[in-house]
Ligand binder design. Structure first.
Ligand SMILES: Cc1cc2nc3c(=O)[nH]c(=O)nc-3n(C[C@H](O)[C@H](O)[C@H](O)COP(=O)(O)OP(=O)(O)OC[C@H]3O[C@@H](n4cnc5c(N)ncnc54)[C@H](O)[C@@H]3O)c2cc1C
Length: 285
């Protein structure tokens, strides 16, 4: 059963920020992670601050070249957005394989980022889109590139008095391809074994920008920057893609757990990176 805690239901963002500035608190968004941790008493907060009434934190906005998701935007909201295939194809790939319907209806993008799990499925896609998050406290606002947000396993740069209010990224360039592959023990409602998100932008047959974000193969989701550097500025031959995929594997440091061995994760991260890069190149050239 749950321990005792005080549940606050602020009606305004300022009120929520004041509450988390005063006393240590857990923020409650969709609750699909937090309620489990509270019930298992892994977390024993004195105060839980619900974001339920803060409707301004939910929604998908387009402002010129920039897409912004409010932190309380749910996985189902992403799936319902007609333009998501254009705005963030990899995010749509992730949403399509995310949990089951009930969790999709409640789970939010802010909660997925904030739980700092290496297996959080929205994070590799957002990292492959060069997303940045907005952190707000009663003292002010700052933006952090998502690729700089995680420090180590379940540790990030967010202060206890800060809240994620949104995540945003620039629209994909026309000559870009962006996708995500989730490998798990079954399709749907399964924790990721290996997650790979890739963005390639090409100028003719030369790669101008490469982004490779890897999930569940290290203590945090991370960008395989060494592999990206191998591709950028180059004509993407099969050999070059093979070298980049090997480099992505070399940058990974997975653990063995109930879902897969470290060896299997290493094998699959190389194979999937190779597959997604090849598919992206073949689509664009
Ligand atoms: C059956 C089941 C299946 C699942 N399947 C998947 C899956 O396929 N893929 C996947 O990635 N995850 C999965 N999850 C995990 C979970 O659903 C997701 O991580 C979800 O996105 C969490 O969002 P939430 O809104 O429910 O977060 P919450 O549980 O409300 O919060 C999670 C943590 O983030 C903090 N937090 C939440 N919002 C904010 C904010 N705006 N600012 C600062 N901190 C905040 C909370 O304090 C808490 O510590 C699954 C969970 C369950 C129970």
């Amino acid at each position: 059963m749950y321990g005792e805690f005080k549940l606050e239901m602020p009606q305004q963002l300022d009120e929520a920020l004041a509450l988390i500035a005063e006393d240590p608190a857990e923020v409650l968004s969709g609750g699909t992670n937090l309620m489990i941790e509270l019930r298992a008493r892994k977390l024993r907060p004195e105060q839980v601050v619900s974001l339920d009434a803060l409707s301004e934190l939910r929604g998908i906005e387009v402002d010129g070249n920039r897409i912004t998701l409010g932190a309380r935007t749910t996985i189902s909201d992403i799936l319902r957005c007609d333009d998501m295939a254009e705005f963030g194809p990899s995010l749509l790939d992730a949403a399509n394989l995310f949990a089951g319907q009930m969790v999709r209806n409640m789970g939010t993008v802010g909660g997925n980022i904030a739980c700092s799990s290496p297996a959080a499925d929205l994070v590799p896609p957002l990292m492959s889109l060069d997303a940045e998050i907005t952190l707000v406290s009663s003292k002010g606002t700052r933006k952090v590139a998502l690729c700089d947000y995680y420090l180590s396993y379940k540790k990030d740069v967010r202060a206890p008095s800060e809240m994620i209010t949104s995540v945003s990224w620039k629209k994909l360039a026309k000559n870009s391809s962006n996708s995500f592959y989730k490998l798990a023990r079954r399709i749907g409602d399964a924790i990721t074994v290996t997650g790979v998100a890739v963005t390639l932008t090409m100028d003719g047959d030369r790669c101008t920008t490469a982004r490779i974000a890897l999930g569940a193969v290290a203590p945090t989701v991370f960008r395989a920057t060494n592999a990206e550097k191998i591709l950028e500025g180059q004509i993407l031959t099969d050999d070059l893609i093979t070298t980049a995929a090997q480099q992505a594997k070399a940058q990974s440091s997975p653990i063995s757990d109930v879902r897969a061995s470290a060896e299997y994760r290493l094998h699959t991260v190389g194979k999937l990176t190779h597959r997604l890069l090849t598919q992206a190149r073949d689509k664009l050239v």
